[in-house]
Write a protein of this length. Structure first.
Length: 461
């Protein structure tokens, strides 16, 4: 359907009874979860999406065959008859129709706000530019190992509204993005965590300050905040919660959770007391030491037993496309970090993978307005060759300058071939794009699968 009149019946909206609909803006995975939630409550719902063929359109029409669904351009005044608007994370809040609706006093919220209003069990909420999926998964697995009934999801896996059930779980564990948090007002987490803030999504948030402010909403009215003491943007945010636990990788830092050195190496520690040897962690790399410490802090705040924490930290091998070892041949190891979709994530991966060797980096894609100086600064003494793909390859090359040899490729298969020719015995090859994937791939998972397949083809395995 097209046209404002087919979205809202303005005459009906001004009858004696409030017949105004709830409008869901966005018909993807989140929009479908909103459809299920609102349909179960008998609400009058309409759906709009700027795309001509939204991915969940058919499923929404099957679920609510009588509901109006509008696909295509949404006019500035098209939503003014709504009672409220539920906006999907992928829809920018500066869309003219949302700006006009807000100016008229129409409430705008997201699916996590609906969840926060409905959920009764405690919520552990985790955000950050990098590492939040790994930490969310670790926390969920630790609490489950401790015998708790856990519902985990949000930005990772199951949408928040689909986690609601009767009876409720013992707790919810949510990964939350800045896009979700900027439309969330009522979340009062039992424990809220900000792992780090590095420049990301600046094409949407316009400034690092606005991006950080969106992330900080996870701490509003939280009972406990878990904060990265090494991140100057994050470290000052503790006042938003009733109490604070800090995490640091810096030696002798006055943090609640950190690392200590013993005769047998580094250990994770709480208040200086050793908990688990770093060598026993199932996930490797300096950034994952931090992730493990954050998981300890979060699950300590939730009352988990040490035995459950240590058991999971020992066995957990990491999530797909997060610095996963995919091949080793002719003395060269190949790693897939396709989830490295921003500069901070890729800089951390470079520091971890190339801590004791050198090698080749494959990077590039849609930079989302990022400054690639931090990526370039991570290269010296670690990466001797960078193979660039995608839309922002030229911008990355300009930032790198002469810090490493730069090669360009038109496809993942060509990038892998160039990397194989540049790698030397003892080297690593790391795919960590520092960019979004949508210029060449469906998503970061598709990009990672293409990398793994190209490596297999190149190595003849």
């Amino acid at each position: 359907m097209t046209g404002r009149a087919q979205i809202i019946d303005h005459d009906a909206a001004h009858c004696g009874l409030d017949t105004r609909p709830t409008i869901v803006f966005g018909m993807g995975k989140t929009g479908l979860s909103c459809a299920r939630f609102l349909a179960a409550r008998g609400e009058h719902v309409m759906f709009v999406d700027t795309r001509s063929a939204p991915p969940a359109l058919a499923a929404i029409r099957e679920l609510l065959p009588a509901a109006v669904t509008h696909c295509g351009p949404v006019a500035k005044d098209a939503l003014l008859g709504a009672r409220r608007i539920i906006v999907s994370p992928g829809v920018p809040l500066d869309h003219p129709a949302l700006v006009a609706a807000a100016a008229c006093g129409i409430a705008i919220a997201g699916d996590v706000e609906l969840f926060a209003q409905a959920a009764r069990a405690p919520v552990i909420a985790i955000t950050g530019s990098n590492g939040k999926s790994t930490v969310t998964t670790l926390v969920g697995e630790i609490l489950a190992a401790d015998g708790k009934r856990v519902a985990a999801g949000g930005n990772l896996g199951t949408p928040a509204l689909d986690l609601l059930s009767d009876p409720e779980p013992d707790c919810y564990v949510l990964e939350l993005s800045s896009f979700q948090l900027e439309t969330t007002h009522s979340l009062a987490a039992r424990v809220g965590a900000i792992l780090n803030v590095s420049p990301d999504h600046l094409d949407r948030h316009k400034s690092l300050e606005a991006y950080a402010a969106a992330k900080a909403r996870v701490l509003n009215d939280a009972s406990v905040a878990v904060l990265n003491a090494d991140d100057p943007i994050v470290a000052v945010l503790g006042g938003r919660a009733r109490s604070t636990l800090t995490v640091s990788l810096e030696p002798d830092a006055p943090a609640n959770y950190g690392v200590v050195t013993r005769l047998d190496g580094l250990w994770l520690a709480q208040d200086g007391e050793p908990v688990l040897a770093v060598s026993e962690l199932g996930i490797k790399g300096r950034h994952n030491v931090f992730n493990a410490l954050a998981a300890l802090a979060l699950t300590d705040a939730a009352g988990a037993a040490r035995s459950a924490q240590c058991a999971v930290l020992k066995r957990f091998q990491g999530l797909p496309h997060r610095c996963n070892l995919v091949a080793e041949k002719l003395g060269v190891t190949w790693y897939d970090d396709s989830k490295g979709t921003n500069v901070g994530a890729s800089a951390a991966a470079i520091a971890g993978i190339f801590a004791d060797r050198q090698g080749v980096l494959i990077a590039g894609g849609q930079g989302k307005g990022a400054d690639f100086a931090e990526l370039a600064a991570a290269l010296p003494d670690r990466v001797h060759t960078v193979v660039l793909i995608g839309e922002d390859a030229a911008r990355i090359a300009a930032a790198i300058g002469t810090l490493a040899a730069v090669r360009h490729a038109g496809s993942m298969r060509e990038a892998v071939a160039i990397a194989a020719s540049a790698a030397r015995p003892g080297d690593a090859v790391l795919l960590s794009p520092a960019c979004a994937s949508f210029d060449m791939f469906d998503d970061y998972e598709h990009r990672g699968r293409e990398f793994v397949a190209a490596v297999a083809a190149e190595l003849g395995s």
